[in-house]
Every structure is written in C-alpha cells, then in structure tokens.
Design a protein around this ligand. Structure first.
Ligand code: GDP
Length: 202
C-alpha cells in the first residue's frame, strides 16, 4: 500500500471542475493548523509536496494529487480561520459541502482532529454535519506524539481521542473508523495507507 508516485494534478474551485477520470479519492480536511500539510507530506514521504496547495489562492481550492496513477488524495481548504461557528452553512463552506455531497468518486472523508487539545466545537459541528449527511468518514487524530500540557487541559492524546469519540457517537449510526497519527514519528502512516487500500477494494 506504499506510495511510489505522487503528482499534483490540479486545483479546482467547483466539483464539476475536478478530474473526471473516475479514479477513487480520499479527501483530507480539518481545522487550519491541525497538521494536514504535514500529514499529506508524511503519507507521500515527500517534503513540500503539499506546499503546492499552500500557494496563495490555492488554499481555498480542491487540490487533487494522483497517487500511483490509480487514486487521488484530495487536499480541501482548512476551516476555522474565521470565528464563525457555522462555516459549513455559509458561502465559505458551500463548495466543500457541494463536493462532499456530489463527488461520486469520493470514497471517504478523512477528518483530521488535533489529539493534543480538547475537542473544539467547530470540529464537533463538522463531524456532525458529515454524519447527518451520511458522508463516509474516517477520523484521523493528529499530533499524537505531543505530551500533555496544563494549558491544553492537561489530558493525554489518548484521553482527548476517547472524549472526542464519546462526544460524536450520537451523530453516527456506528462509530466511524479512526486512526491515531503523528507526522513527527510517522505513527499511523502505514495504517492510513492500508485503510485506504481496503476501502478502495470494497
Ligand atoms: P495545516 O495548517 O493543517 O496544514 O498544518 P501544518 O501541517 O502546517 O502544521 C501546523 C503546525 O503543527 C506546524 O507547526 C507543524 O510543525 C505542527 N505539526 C503538524 N503535525 C504535527 C505532529 O504530528 N506532531 C507535532 N508535534 N506537531 C505537528
């Protein structure tokens, strides 16, 4: 399940503009600063690949990376820049929402959650929206290498993870699959790639 080839393909602003070759895809999304670029780079074992999507103007787009010429990793805009707690219901979130609902080749959304801090309201809202709309989702907990800090509520990543799962279980019919990761130690890297391979083969 390793990545041997990764190519940036295109940035799209609308679902209709996304690649139309029918290859299966997985979308990475999360609050800005959650560690999405780091994870993307760790998955493809390459430094700076995701920087392509960090160029001005690209961060608000749907960015497609073709992997091994057979599937896509999709980098979606980070949410939570604005203080508005209802971003998914605003214009700002309209096109990602449209993408989630209408992109037929989307196999699963990988929702990134920072495990080094207590659950954030906006993450819970995002997870709840995906659950209500029955979008297949995998929870990716990031920064699991970080030790507990008093200012972060003093909890270990494992405790934040189980708190989060407890808070969202009401939104889903069954508990979504979840993986603990760190881009520093590469924890979870192979597990994510294996999980994606299994989902593609369904
Ligand atoms: P993005 O905004 O979601 O793309 O987040 P970045 O990948 O740019 O990371 C945001 C910050 O978190 C940076 O300072 C990273 O060095 C740090 N970071 C990202 N992943 C990890 C991780 O797994 N462990 C630790 N300790 N820090 C991380």
């Amino acid at each position: 399940a390793q990545v041997v080839q990764a190519d940036f393909v295109k940035s799209s602003v609308r679902t209709e503009d996304c690649p139309s070759d029918g290859l299966p895809e997985f979308a990475l999304v999360g609050r800005s600063n959650v560690g999405k670029s780091s994870l993307l780079n760790s998955l493809v074992r390459r430094k700076r690949l995701a920087l392509t999507s960090k160029k001005p103007g690209k961060t608000q787009c749907i960015n497609h990376f073709r992997i091994n010429d057979s599937w896509y990793l999709v980098d979606l805009p980070g949410y939570g820049y604005a203080s508005a707690p209802q971003e998914l219901r605003t214009d700002w979130g309209k096109f990602t929402r449209d993408y989630f609902v209408n992109r037929s080749t989307l196999v699963s959304v990988f929702l990134l959650i920072d495990a080094s801090i207590p659950a954030k309201k906006i993450d819970l809202e995002y997870a709840s929206w995906l659950g209500q709309n029955q979008i297949p989702m995998t929870l990716i907990f990031t920064k699991c290498d970080k030790r507990k800090k008093k200012k972060n509520g003093g909890k270990r990543p494992e405790e934040n993870v189980s708190d989060f799962q407890e808070l969202i279980c009401g939104f889903f019919q069954s508990v979504p699959p979840w993986i603990m990761t760190s881009s520093v130690t590469n924890q979870g890297r192979d597990e994510i790639l294996l999980h994606m391979a299994q989902l593609r083969n369904y």
